[in-house]
Design a protein around this ligand. Structure first.
Ligand code: SF4
Length: 70
């Protein structure tokens, strides 16, 4: 099972992740992305992969996901 993370050192707060997958991500009080579902499955895993591909900073990580391009 893959683990969804955001690298806080890399995230700059574009918000694209929580625009794409608001059920997997949220923004913290400073506008940076946070993960709300750390172990997505099924459709949520597909959404997590899309968010990882869409983050301009490549800050969305799917650790252990063989299909991830992140
Ligand atoms: S899209 Fe990337 S840089 Fe933007 S808030 Fe999400 S993780 Fe951070």
């Amino acid at each position: 099972m893959s683990e969804l993370r955001i690298d806080p050192e890399v995230c700059v707060g574009h918000g694209r992740c929580f625009d794409i997958a608001p059920d997997l991500f949220a923004d913290d009080e400073e506008g940076f992305g946070t993960v709300t579902v750390p172990r997505p499955e099924g459709r949520q895993l597909a959404d997590a992969r899309l968010a990882a591909r869409s983050c301009p900073e490549q800050a969305v990580l799917l650790v252990g996901d063989s299909s991830s391009t992140a």
